[in-house]
Design a protein around this ligand. Structure first.
Ligand code: PMV
Length: 366
């Protein structure tokens, strides 16, 4: 598949008319191994990132559409979150629609009721934007497919990722594939700043069913949002070297994933997590999203790894929660360690076991 440009995602007018219907998609969250931190308008990453797609943490969105008789320049939609009419999500979706309307102009022709729910508890500190924005994007692409039946599968998924990216950068990586790359990298064929693609090539068996347990250290609202954090990379003293480092780490990670070099994997992944937080701590103004219990867990992981000769490691997203990554053959022992020694550092001893998944799934349609 050739590289697509923004222009390729603009559709021509069509005579096909859809009166009403519904589409349903389930899409997962993802966890970055090489982190995206810093962007340009419109939501273009300053460096490439690579993530594991998750399985259990997901969003299911049912998009019910009805052709409008009163087509106007205003979008017409409502959001029903977990069964309840939710006004707080409306501004984010309004903004998303504004950003994508040139690429999916048909959204003005319909009134939408967006029924959406997450598998993980609301305010668990797990960002729902990746799974939420990707689910809505898949639904919109299903409508586009009905309006333009000739679009092929590759285009369908690339445009879904393109739309999701405009909703939330990391959402672009929640569409397709177990390991996903977003952002142009010279050694990764097909990689693009506009959309994410599955990381192709050989992957060692150990990484195919990797486990991720998310330790919910702090379920509260973050003190500094991701968008503010991304913005602070613009005049960051270490920005240039950080972006170069991320390029190098993507190259290294590709080799690691191929060869199954687990020690190198651990070192790279933990270093990426700490570098992300180091960027936050050295921004102007600086900020810290880790909590004391985040550090307690990290220290416990390090001693456990040493004493048990384990391959358990951690990564962090933009918050206090800790993602524990480990191979499937260590599942029983790591679960025991979590129950006995780490659960106490989680808010209400809450954690979620997850593992590598493979992306969006269509649930039902008309
Ligand atoms: O997609 P955003 O804007 O919420 O940014 C997420 C950034 C990190 O989670 C910290 C890293 C990443 O690559 O997912």
């Amino acid at each position: 598949m050739m590289d697509l440009t923004t222009k390729d995602f603009i559709v021509k007018p069509t005579n096909v008319q859809l009166k009403s219907g519904q589409v349903v998609w389930k899409t997962p969250s993802n966890i970055a191994l090489v982190k995206y931190w810093g962007k340009d308008e419109p939501q273009l990453p300053k460096n490439p990132s690579i993530s594991f797609t998750l399985k259990n943490c997901h969003t299911i969105t049912r998009l019910v559409y009805r052709q409008r008789v009163d087509r106007s320049d205003k979008f017409s939609f409502e959001v029903i979150f977990e069964g309840v009419d939710n006004k707080t999500f409306k501004p984010k979706i309004q903004k998303f629609f504004e950003r994508i309307v040139d690429h999916v102009p048909f959204i003005k022709d319909y009134h939408f009721t967006i029924y959406t729910e997450n598998s993980f508890p609301h305010s668990s500190g797990i960002a729902s934007s990746a799974s939420g924005m990707s689910a809505l994007s898949m639904c919109l692409m299903s409508i586009e497919k009905q309006l333009y039946p000739k679009i092929n599968e590759a285009y369908f998924y690339q445009k879904a990722s393109f739309l999701a990216r405009l909703g939330s950068g990391s959402a672009s990586r929640s569409i397709k594939g177990e390991l996903v790359v977003w952002g142009k990298h010279k050694e990764i064929k097909g990689s693009s700043n506009l959309y994410a693609v599955p990381l192709l090539g050989e992957i060692a068996p150990i990484f195919k069913d990797y486990q991720d347990t998310i330790l919910l250290v702090d379920k509260g609202e973050k003190q500094v949002s991701s968008s503010v954090g991304h913005d602070l990379m613009h005049h960051h003293d270490f920005a240039t070297s950080r972006f170069q480092q991320a390029h190098k780490n993507c190259s290294k990670l590709q080799t690691i994933l191929k060869t199954g070099a687990i020690h190198e994997f651990i070192e790279l992944v933990e270093s990426e997590a700490l570098t992300l937080h180091a960027m936050m701590m050295t921004s102007k103004p600086y900020f810290i999203l880790m909590k004391p219990n985040t550090l307690q867990i990290i220290n416990k992981v390090w001693s456990y790894r040493k004493s048990e000769n384990s391959n358990l490691c951690f990564t962090l997203d933009a918050g206090a929660n800790v993602h524990l990554l480990y191979p499937k053959n260590e599942k029983a022992s790591v679960h025991k360690f979590i129950d006995q020694e780490l659960a106490i550092f989680c808010q209400n001893t809450h954690f979620i076991h997850d593992e590598v998944g493979n992306g969006a799934e269509k649930i039902e349609s008309d």
